[in-house]
Structures are given as structure tokens and as C-alpha cells.
Design a protein. Structure first.
Length: 287
């Protein structure tokens, strides 16, 4: 019969040998998930506790739209849903400037001013505020073809896309077709603001629908009722999001030339620039 102390000693040595063997094996014996990916962000700050207001539900879908009139809270809701990524140290490309509550700019936030930034992005959140001014349904070629293709492959690059617009139907068709959820925003109990003719709402209602259901809802004029995925009230004074962006600040414009060749500022015609890719240059060198 083996003595109990000897049994414990032999069991300890067996576990030690197993662990040593796993460390020595460099051909994949280490269990999947035991190492941290290189792109995994290091948490920079602890996200303060606050009411969720449907954020955990909306974040289940990586491509989301926020629809509402001016002052309805659509940008507010988008920023609220992005705060976990901001505090986790994840890269954020945005047209609306994001800051820490103390007003300083995080190193992980980059203002979008060129489509190439989106094409090169990986493991990041992309925020497009007032997207109808960037990719309107009135412009037949609002989105560059590379961006339209990339929108269908966001999962491969670990990209999250959130965008706002005053109307669902005014956004680019490809953008609408790839969007998973639509959050309708309404503002209530407005108050006058100093040095501005625009009043500020203090209470908001965020109702989230499946994008396919909401498209049918708009086309069929609500012939049948659709259940919302989530519906929550949002009290402005009890949340962090209003301190992380300036609601009256101008939105960054991505480029000034539409794919049709018209200037996005004055509407005039522009020449299409010559391709600057290396393969195109090499082709001319050979000839």
C-alpha cells in the first residue's frame, strides 16, 4: 500500500512534469487562449459605473445605426456605446472628436479625414457621425468601391462600425444593407442654452430595432407592429457620455471629392487623380 504522503508527492511531480512538457513544446501544445493576442488593448482606465441603458444589448451587433433629428441624442447614444472600447484602450477612428471627461484627448482616438484610414484599420471602432453628409443615398456613387467592399468584411478585420443619420433612408444603400440594428432616438424636456439658439434635451429615449424589420416598417408604413430589441430611457445628468464629446463641435469630413467627381463643398467638377499604386507605376515603367 502506498503511504498517503508518498501519494501526494508523486501526484505533485506528475503535474510538474506535465506543465514542463507543455512549456517545452513549441509546436502548439499550449492551450488555445492561454496567450494574449498582440492586438489586444491594455486597459488604460477603469470605466466608471453607470446605468447601462441598453448598451450591452446594442453592443451585441457590430454594425449599428443611430437615427434621429438634431438634438435627439443619436450621437450621444453612439458615444455611450463606445465608452467601453475607449476605456479598454481599443483604437477608435471617428469623425466626432472624443476626449476623456477631463478634456484631454486619448492616444487611441484618431480623427477620420481620409478613406485610406478606414481601409488600413484593424481591431478598432469606427464612428461616422452624420453619415448622410459623407455617404448620401442621393449620390449614386457616394461610397468609394473599396469602402463598399470593406463594409462586407468588417468581421475579418475585427472592426466595429457605428454611424448616425437624421433619416434611415437618406444613408447609402450598401451601408444600410450591412447594418444589423437601428436605434431610434428621441429627446425630451429641453432647456435653453447660453450663447446658442438651440435648446438642449435632458431626457432621451433609445429604441433599438432589427434593421430588416425597421426597413419594412418604413416601406409598409407600419402595417404590422414589430417588437423592439431594447427600449431604454437615458437621463443626461447621470451619465458620462456628455463629458466625452462636444455636441456643438463640427464633424470631420472624410475627403472633399465624391466618387462622381463632384466637390463635396461647392458641387463643382474635379479631375479624377491618376492612380498612385505601385503596380500601376510598374506597368508604365515596363512599357
Amino acid at each position: 500500500m502506498i503511504a498517503f504522503p508518498d501519494f501526494l508527492a508523486s501526484k505533485h511531480h506528475a503535474h510538474a512534469d506535465l506543465a514542463e512538457g507543455m512549456d517545452d513544446d513549441a509546436d502548439g501544445s499550449v492551450r488555445k487562449g492561454t496567450t494574449v493576442p498582440e492586438h489586444a488593448p491594455a486597459a488604460t482606465r477603469q470605466l466608471p459605473r453607470e446605468s447601462d441603458c441598453g448598451r450591452s444589448t446594442r453592443k451585441r451587433w457590430p454594425i449599428s445605426a443611430y437615427i434621429g433629428s438634431n438634438g435627439s441624442g443619436k450621437t450621444l447614444c453612439m458615444v455611450h456605446d463606445t465608452l467601453p472600447s475607449l476605456y479598454a484602450g481599443r483604437k477608435i477612428y471617428t469623425t466626432v472628436p472624443l476626449t476623456w471627461p477631463d478634456g484631454t484627448t486619448p492616444d487611441t482616438v484618431e480623427i477620420l479625414h481620409d478613406w485610406q484610414q478606414i481601409l488600413d484599420a484593424e481591431h478598432a471602432d469606427i464612428l461616422l457621425d452624420e453619415v448622410s453628409s459623407i455617404a448620401s443615398s442621393r449620390e449614386t456613387e457616394a461610397l468609394p468601391p473599396q469602402i463598399a467592399t470593406m463594409l462586407q468584411q468588417l468581421r475579418k478585420r475585427d472592426l466595429v462600425l457605428r454611424w448616425t443619420a437624421p433619416s434611415w433612408s437618406r444613408a447609402d444603400r450598401i451601408l444600410r444593407e450591412t447594418t444589423k440594428t437601428v436605434t431610434i432616438c428621441h429627446g425630451y424636456f429641453s432647456k435653453a442654452m447660453q450663447d446658442s439658439e438651440w435648446r438642449q434635451n435632458r431626457l432621451f429615449r433609445f429604441v433599438t430595432y432589427d434593421s430588416m424589420d425597421y426597413t419594412d416598417l418604413e416601406i409598409n408604413q407600419a402595417q404590422r407592429k414589430f417588437d423592439a430589441l431594447s427600449a431604454h430611457w437615458f437621463l443626461l445628468s447621470r451619465h458620462l457620455a456628455p463629458c466625452c464629446y462636444d455636441t456643438l463641435a463640427s464633424v470631420s469630413t472624410i475627403g472633399t471629392v465624391l466618387m462622381s467627381g463632384r466637390c463635396a463643398v461647392c458641387g463643382g467638377r474635379r479631375r479624377v487623380p491618376e492612380c498612385s499604386c505601385q503596380d500601376y507605376k510598374q506597368l508604365f515603367k515596363r512599357s
